[in-house]
Design a protein around this ligand. Structure first.
Ligand code: SF4
Ligand code: F3S
Length: 369
């Protein structure tokens, strides 16, 4: 096979992916970024010519769901290649090395510098870090060193982005997010969800390769291109919500017809992620598409704030014909707040009205440098 001089083009050829598919992927990336299609040529040029980025993947207190998501990316194949051919210098669960060899690999990567640290799982701080140790070192110690020397850190999944299930009350291990455990981490991108969608990870890497900066984020450090709109904004069942057509119980006529799942506890109105657009399992489907309410997995404290998952939030405003969920703050201020408090949703309601997308960390060119 001819050496094109581009690690990426060589990999495309080896896997039998056509240039046409590649250009289609680049064009698709520009629409994910909400940029003109003409930017696709810049994306293509960057991917073909930039040096392969190096990744150090840390796994702490979690279920390994993000690693599973990462390993199963296959649509489009180019995204699979972007992720699959990254120089993965350290990833404990999947690397061949073990024991002292793997610790040596980590030390070498950190000494080399310039890598992207990917953190999966929360960081337990209780009992002097004894709840999660690797090679005799506490997770907090490792995170401080590895993230502290990284060019940037990407927290994948809700546990590393916000603490997730391990940090749910009463948080017996003192679990923290990366942002809380390593407050001076520098550039940090959060990709929450349970697990993160690996296509969003591919998009963040492609964005960085193309523009040499990190994407603009919201106040939770989530890329706006992936978390700028609510599930409710893009939901395929939205017309039913607006028409007052709801599932009343599992398996009823409305459920079989595909009506809105709001009364079954859907948290789509206060959850921000692009699930309805990119979907899951090679774009096959997504939770609401297969009849399950959104449980808010991309939001902070969702285990505490969004539960019970299948309970309709009585008193939730704007419920019915031609309702507008964005009026949530108004309704909260005129007395529905008590009902929200009963469900621990005051914060979420206020966020839906005031938190998105106003509090942005955006530099002059729209991204984090
Ligand atoms: Fe979709 Fe849920 Fe909104 Fe209904 S409440 S339109 S199911 S996001
Ligand atoms: Fe999570 Fe809701 Fe998407 S539960 S996967 S944010 S539809």
């Amino acid at each position: 096979m001819a050496d094109s001089g581009s690690w990426f083009m060589d990999e495309l050829e080896r896997r039998g992916v056509s240039r046409r598919d590649f250009m289609g992927f680049c064009a698709a990336m520009t629409s994910v970024f909400a940029m003109p299609r003409a930017v696709g040529a810049q994306v293509a040029d960057a991917i073909m010519t930039k040096e392969k980025p190096s990744l150090v993947w840390l796994e702490f207190q979690d279920c390994a769901g993000n690693t599973e998501s990462f390993l199963r990316t296959s649509r489009p194949p180019v995204a699979d290649i972007v992720l699959g051919t990254l120089s993965l210098d350290y990833h404990e669960p999947i690397m061949a090395a073990a024991g002292h060899q793997s610790e040596e690999a980590l030390a070498q990567a950190v000494a080399k510098g310039g890598y992207i640290a990917v953190v999966e799982g929360s960081i337990p701080t209780g009992a002097n870090g004894a709840y999660c140790t690797i090679g005799g070192r506490a997770a907090l110690d490792i995170a401080q060193e590895v993230c502290g020397n990284a060019a940037a850190t990407i927290a994948v999944g809700t546990c590393s982005a916000f603490g997730g299930l391990p940090a749910a009350a009463p948080n017996p291990t003192g679990a923290l997010s990366v942002a809380d455990a390593v407050p001076n981490v520098g550039t940090l991108i959060n990709l929450p969800a349970c697990p993160m969608n690996a296509e969003n990870l591919a998009a963040v890497v492609v964005y960085y390769l193309t523009f040499n900066r990190w994407p603009a984020t919201d106040r939770y450090r989530r890329p706006l291109f992936a978390y700028g709109k609510s599930i409710h904004d893009n939901c395929e069942r939205r017309a039913h919500y607006d028409a007052g057509q709801y599932v009343e119980e599992w398996g009823d006529e409305g459920h079989r017809t595909g009506y809105c799942l709001y009364k079954m506890g859907c948290k789509g109105p206060v959850t921000y992620q692009n699930c309805p657009v990119i979907r899951w399992n090679d774009g096959t489907n997504w939770p609401i598409g297969c009849g399950h309410p959104c449980i808010g997995c991309a939001e902070p404290d969702f285990w505490d704030q969004m539960t019970p998952f299948y309970t309709h939030l009585s008193g939730f405003p704007g419920f019915g014909m031609h309702s507008n969920i964005d009026k949530i703050g108004f309704w909260g201020s005129v007395g529905v707040g008590a009902a929200f408090a009963a469900h621990g949703l005051v914060k979420l309601g206020q966020r839906a009205m005031h938190g998105h997308p106003k509090d942005l960390q955006v530099d002059e060119e729209g991204g984090q440098s």
